[in-house]
Ligand binder design. Sequence first.
Ligand code: SF4
Ligand code: SF4
Length: 355
Amino acid sequence: MESIYYVLSWACHRKCRHCYEPRFRPYVRSALEAVVAEAEQNFPRIIDHLPPRLSYLDRACPAPDGSLVERPGRIILAGGEVLLDAVRERVLYPAMQRIQARYRQQRGVELIVQTTGDLLTETIVEELLARGLTTLSVSGVDDFHSGMQGQARQRAFKERLRRLFEAHGLRGSAAPVSTASEAAPPAGPTYNFFGATADTWIGRLWPRGRAWDNGLSTATLADNFCNRWSGGLNFLEHRYNGSEVSVDPAGNVFPCCIKTRLPIGNLVEEDLIGILDSLAEEPAYAAISSGHPQRMGLAYGWSEEQFVEASRTLTPKGEPYANLCIGCDRFHQAVLGPVIEAARARRAAARGGAR
Ligand code: SF4
Ligand code: SF4
């Protein structure tokens, strides 16, 4: 597996109007304790159910003799905001240590921490480095984030963090916007910045969460989020580059960061690779993995035209909107529940404990 995008916790100190997930928001007192406790309780089993060897064969950059090079996979630990005190101390740090211990025997894994950057201090950077940080990825450098509007503010914010990072030996790198592998990844820890700007793969905003509720997604049918980074492309091809899944704090697994209407399994209960392999022959998931979600219904009586028609809807403001992720939602609701359940039952039976 090349990449696992693991949302550790729902807690965030912000409540951005363009956020793709309504559960990313501030929590206080017992509500904060509940989301932190959920994350704290689940992360050990989730990590234990990740692939025993987290690496991938790089078809994009073969060796001179044509053989495929094995490269270390990466785990992106994200929120919400993982640097909030309770999340950082009770979930992020112990999760990093558990990941380090799990993959110590192989060449290691890339360990990326994604943060807004708002809460970073010298001490936190040092603590992250001491726990095996590979890359600090600062998201949210865009006009949607309050206090970050305009080039001047974004430049100043990045400059302040750049000084902090470089004083601790981190070096600038490209944001994780493609699956193209680097033949010689930079040695030593790195940092990058990104945000929902027009030039990025998330610039048009997914039809999800508060972005959807606030009518902010400008995507059209032509914006196939599935066929790009963060989408479902290659999620079943877990031996090769380009494979990525996302995991939520409850352990639910999704083929994409956008998140399908139904999870394909749960890592608190089961191994990731077993879940993926159980779906490899399912036409709907094969279509997602090929980056053509409009074909996911062909084997179930939905033509491409029908799927595209199901991709049309009205925004909460009553405006016409069309995107393949909407069709995917409706197809999941109409068809895929029993398919997912049948795959789960097959896995349980194969483990000898049908239930
Ligand atoms: S966009 Fe990022 S910072 Fe804003 S609420 Fe969502 S997770 Fe938090
Ligand atoms: S079409 Fe479905 S699987 Fe593909 S990115 Fe959208 S929600 Fe995810």
